[in-house]
Design a protein around this ligand. Structure first.
Ligand SMILES: [Zn+2]
Length: 255
């Protein structure tokens, strides 16, 4: 099995005690490559250092909407310079969150739009967080134009997903799809065109239902794969091959 975890926060403190063991377990589970998205500018150095230490880790740099109070206008200039330096596979994680209270919508949209423009300028895909904001995110993607990317941990409707596919965007599915109660998401996973699908853990968050309440890690990605393959009535090996090819294509990963 050759899987790509398209969204794992491997740089965060939750993995400081055992990051090498976590990576070894991921490899044992067939997860050979991991895209590591950023949350704020003060974490970029550390994230890039973690990724530089292992050939299977690929950094994305961005300003996550849930950490709005840590972002400053100059961080956008810093981001532009870092993207020019290279060794970054995507801009993100960026986006809009209208679920968590206290995040100013206008300020979120400002940072999000600016990052979309930087991604287009750098010809990099974007990794997008959209919570209660899929339509607004889709409108921003359309407005800026010329973009590729993924809406990670997608939780919208089939119609909202189709609007993203029409723009050439993918959707990332992870732990939530393993919960029997997530009926709309499971219907989407069962029926969607596989060419728009990426697998993710979002570790250390969003564990699958068999690890509910504990720290998530990239080695648990096969649980997500098995759940999606089961819902589709397809061979897990076929879904693995297709989603890995999708991730290679979107992020320009070395084969
Ligand atoms: Zn994330």
């Amino acid at each position: 099995m050759d899987l790509v975890d398209s969204h794992c926060h491997l740089d965060v403190a939750a993995f400081d005690g055992d990051r090498a063991d976590v990576l070894a377990r991921a490899r044992d589970a067939g997860v050979r490559r991991i895209v590591v998205p950023a949350i704020a500018a003060d974490s970029w150095d550390r994230l890039q250092a973690v990724c530089a230490a292992d050939a299977g880790l690929f950094p994305a740099l961005g300003l996550h909407p849930m950490f709005l109070d840590r972002h400053r206008p100059e961080h956008l200039d810093m981001l532009e310079r870092r993207l020019q330096r290279g060794n970054v596979v995507a801009v993100g994680e960026c986006g809009l969150d209208h679920f968590v209270p206290g995040l100013d919508p206008a300020s979120q949209l400002h940072y999000f739009t600016a990052q979309l423009e930087l991604a287009r300028q750098a010809r990099l895909p974007v990794i997008i967080h959209a919570r209660r904001a899929v339509d607004e995110v889709t409108a921003a993607i359309r407005r800026v134009g010329g973009l590729t990317g993924v809406v990670h941990s997608f939780s919208g409707s089939g119609q909202q997903a189709r609007a993203l596919w029409d723009l050439g965007f993918m959707v990332g599915l992870g732990g939530p799809v393993t919960f029997p109660r997530a009926q709309r998401l499971r219907r989407l996973a069962a029926s969607m065109p596989v060419e728009y699908l990426l697998l993710e853990t979002d570790a250390p968050d969003q564990p699958a239902c068999d690890h509910r309440g504990s720290r998530n890690e990239p080695g648990f990605l096969p649980t997500v794969l098995e759940a999606i393959a089961g819902l589709r009535g397809e061979d897990p090996g076929d879904i693995a091959a297709a989603t890995t090819a999708n991730a290679e294509r979107l992020f320009g990963l070395p084969a």
